[in-house]
Design a protein around this ligand. Structure first.
Ligand code: HEM
Length: 483
């Protein structure tokens, strides 16, 4: 009754309990309550005793850029070691700054351009798999594939190639062994993504137990599976032995330059694994989920799809892989670029991001928020606000085109109402990487196939950290385009 948050609009039960929030977080449905609540109460809404969600454009700038609120403590719980986390889980200001400064060169456009060869290997694996299915498709009506699953596997393998020194063999089980297989058990290697994701959910599920035990002076530690450490260590040690650098990838960068952000000591294999695993978490489902939504929008908007396909010359399986650099630079891909931007607006993979007021009072939208208030930045609601995005629910890539190509359609004037990669000091370090991957994967599939949805699939989303197809599956028909 006396809470300083009592003036913030919201449902009657919000001040009383967090039970509904816990339940909705654990079922991945929190975004639905947030969506309904913004629609009913407006851009600021209280959904728990100390929890508010904000989607106001000016307040968003304050949260991310001007006041720059810290991340909620929950982030650090995803790390194996709270005192030596990866970039995503690092919530201490100074170590985060040092770690980000150190990692940034490995995510610059020029560095990512050099990783293209490894992206291409994985895209080729996917096309080879589809080609073998097309060859036995006697009906010529097209092949049915689980695109959500395939995109996820592609994202994992690209991360494997660029971060861990080799792909995880998820995209195409038929792929022949490529590089750096020495001394590594293939089964263990293929299990790394599962181990990383399982580790995350284990740490998440145990978060309240961990906190309770910590109060009693016990620190519950989680480690990666021993065989995973041994396998990655084999790759690291081999690279250290080989005098000539074989691959200029992130792994190499960490081996040569990596120092711990708090002590400055050289990173050992476990530290490297911590960094890479958090990158794998932050960089795989994000990109594959976003690409999944792009294909969903294209499948459900035939006019946009036809226009896009008309802009992409058809290719055969034998043709070269289209590079992401080409998509970035060549005018024929302008409409594809617009589709990707529009998809990032409509489907920001992180629909909300948890921040908190820390030790000070903070005033946002005229409300005084006391210390330790959780403030969720509601990107999804901002991205769908009619005030900034006319016909906001419509997938309308024309918004992003230059004036001469747009005709009478409204231009995008609201770049400050657009945060697909967040903003401020915690903005996405992988933005160039993600763009490169989305460009290459989308251009190569769409240049070769007409993509339509298998009818009768109810698509729903769930969000734990990122927004994903609820079942993890989504089937499409891929019909080769006429070359
Ligand atoms: C379409 C794909 C992607 C989207 C939409 C996306 C979005 C985001 C967003 C919104 C954040 C901010 C999180 C927060 O404020 O709490 C973030 C952070 C981060 N992203 Fe991405 N991301 C994508 C791909 C990637 C990739 C490919 C990588 C790595 C290869 C990556 C690595 C990270 C890391 C390490 C952070 C934490 C940065 C920090 O706290 O300083 N992301 N991402």
């Amino acid at each position: 009754v006396n809470s300083p948050l009592r003036k913030v609009p919201g449902p009657w039960y919000a001040p009383l309990t967090t039970l509904h929030l816990r339940c909705l977080f654990s079922t991945g449905s929190i975004w639905k309550l947030v969506e309904r609540s913004h629609a009913k109460y407006g851009p600021i809404v209280r959904l728990g005793p100390r929890q508010v969600w904000i989607s106001d454009k000016e307040a968003m700038k304050q949260i991310l850029l001007k006041i720059d609120l810290p991340k909620v403590a929950m982030y650090s719980e995803i790390s194996r070691d709270r005192f030596s986390p990866g970039l995503f889980g690092e919530i201490r200001e100074e170590p985060h700054k040092r770690l980000k400064r150190f990692l940034s060169p490995a995510f610059a456009t020029a560095y990512v351009d050099n990783l293209e060869a490894y992206f291409k290997d994985t895209v080729r694996d996917l096309l080879d798999k589809y080609e073998s299915q097309v060859l036995v498709d006697s009906s010529r009506k097209g092949i049915i594939v689980d695109l959500a699953d395939d995109l996820h596997n592609v994202a994992l393998d690209i991360m494997g190639e660029c971060l861990f020194g080799k792909g995880f063999g998820q995209t195409n089980p038929e792929t022949k062994t490529r590089t750096e297989r020495h001394g590594v058990d293939e089964k263990v290697w293929a299990s790394i993504p599962r181990a990383v994701f399982d580790g995350l959910s284990e740490r998440y599920q145990m978060v309240y137990v961990k906190r309770f035990l910590r109060k009693l002076g016990m620190d519950l530690k989680f480690d990666w599976p021993a065989e995973m450490i041994t396998s990655i260590d084999a790759v690291v040690q081999r690279r250290k032995r080989v005098s000539e650098c074989e691959r200029r990838d992130l792994l190499q960068y960490l081996i040569e330059e990596g120092t711990k952000p708090d002590t400055g000591a050289a990173m050992d294999t476990r530290d490297i694994i911590d960094q890479l695993s958090e990158m794998l978490l932050a960089g795989s489902e994000t990109t594959s989920g976003t690409l999944g939504c792009l294909f969903l929008e294209l499948a459900r908007n035939p006019e946009v799809r036809s226009k896009l396909l008309a802009s992409l010359p058809p290719l055969s399986f034998a043709d070269e892989i289209v590079s992401s650099k080409a998509v970035r630079k060549e005018p024929q891909y302008e409409y594809l670029e617009a589709c990707i931007k529009e998809n990032l607006r409509l489907h920001p993979i992180a629909s909300e991001m948890g921040r908190c007021t820390g030790k000070e009072w903070v005033t946002l939208m005229g409300y005084d928020l006391p210390p330790h208030t959780v403030v969720s930045a509601s990107y999804r609601d901002l991205h769908r606000n009619e005030q900034f995005w006319p016909l906001a629910q419509r997938f309308w890539p024309e918004r992003w085109l230059s004036e001469d190509k747009r005709g009478a359609d409204p231009a995008t004037t609201s770049m400050d109402a657009y945060y697909p990669f967040s903003g401020g000091k915690h903005s996405c370090i992988g933005i160039n990487f993600a763009w490169a991957e989305m460009r290459m994967v989308a251009a190569n599939i769409l240049s070769r196939f007409e993509v339509t949805e298998v009818p009768g699939q109810g698509v729903d989303f769930r969000q734990y950290i990122t927004m994903q197809f609820r079942t993890g599956h989504w089937k499409v028909v891929l019909k080769p385009r006429r070359v």
